[in-house]
Design a binder for this molecule. Structure first.
Ligand SMILES: Nc1ncnc2c1ncn2[C@@H]1O[C@H](COP(=O)(O)OP(=O)(O)OP(=O)(O)O)[C@@H](O)[C@H]1O
Length: 221
């Protein structure tokens, strides 16, 4: 489902260039649940964003479902992301002036589709039907993340990327959110890639990749 070849990503700060990904080759099968672990600053988020079509590598390719992501024109890439990929971020990234239901319907609105009915179903799947008219500020952190998960799955994506989805939650709420994410991914055979520093959470996946100094060192924790 996902294949990368020789991925390099570096950042330039003034005259200094820091290479964060040193030629990553990776294959992830359809329906796999992969956790990216590793120390702070190792390049987990950078790899996730590069895989997810959010950060162009300086070298190398990312293929998702046979599509060479960074070879697509900008509009095609945006459409592919909208139709095939779901995103969950640590800080939820909900629009504060929209209700939970409206937030979940946003990907549909971007695609010019009315997904209100699907949005309500997605909210139901994360157990938040009765909070549909709440604004994000009127929801707990765990509930906000569940809204974000509902938004990520509303389009039935093939791949779901999550960057520290439990990073702002206490451990019990974090485990609940991770369970919801895993069971939705399982139910819909979605390929799931999750960045986490919590090795205990990572144990529920099929595969763990440990990133250190910009390379994948091993799959063992
Ligand atoms: N936009 C940027 N500009 C410059 N340097 C960056 C940028 N984003 C990340 N970096 C640097 O790249 C390195 C890897 O960052 P990244 O966020 O991918 O690490 P991480 O493993 O996700 O860390 P953490 O667990 O702390 O979130 C870090 O040294 C960071 O300072």
């Amino acid at each position: 489902m996902i294949e990368t070849k020789n991925l390099h990503r570096s950042y330039r700060i003034g005259r200094k260039s820091i290479e964060v990904l040193h030629g990553i080759d990776l294959q992830i099968q359809r329906g796999e649940k992969v956790f990216l672990c590793g120390p702070s600053g190792a390049g987990k988020t950078t790899l996730l964003y590069t895989l997810a079509g959010l950060e162009r590598p300086q070298q190398g390719t990312v293929e998702i479902d046979g599509k060479d992501l960074y070879a697509l024109r900008r509009k095609q890439q945006a459409r592919f992301r909208n139709e095939s990929i779901g995103y969950v971020f640590q800080n939820y990234h909900l629009l504060p002036e929209l209700t939970a239901l409206e937030n979940v319907a946003v990907p549909g609105a971007i695609a010019g589709k009315d997904l209100m009915e699907d949005a309500m179903k997605a909210l139901e799947r994360v157990g938040l039907k009765d909070r549909s008219d709440h604004l994000p500020a009127e929801l707990s952190g765990g509930e906000q993340q569940r809204v974000a998960i509902a938004r990520a799955i509303v389009n039935n994506p093939k791949v779901l990327f999550a960057d520290e989805p439990t990073g702002n939650l206490d451990s019990r709420t974090g485990s609940e959110v991770m369970e919801i994410l895993m069971s939705l991914a399982e139910e819909h055979a979605v390929t799931l890639i999750v960045v986490t520093h919590d090795v205990n959470l990572a144990k529920v996946g099929n595969r763990t990749l440990v990133i250190q100094d910009g390379s994948i060192h091993s799959g063992d924790l």
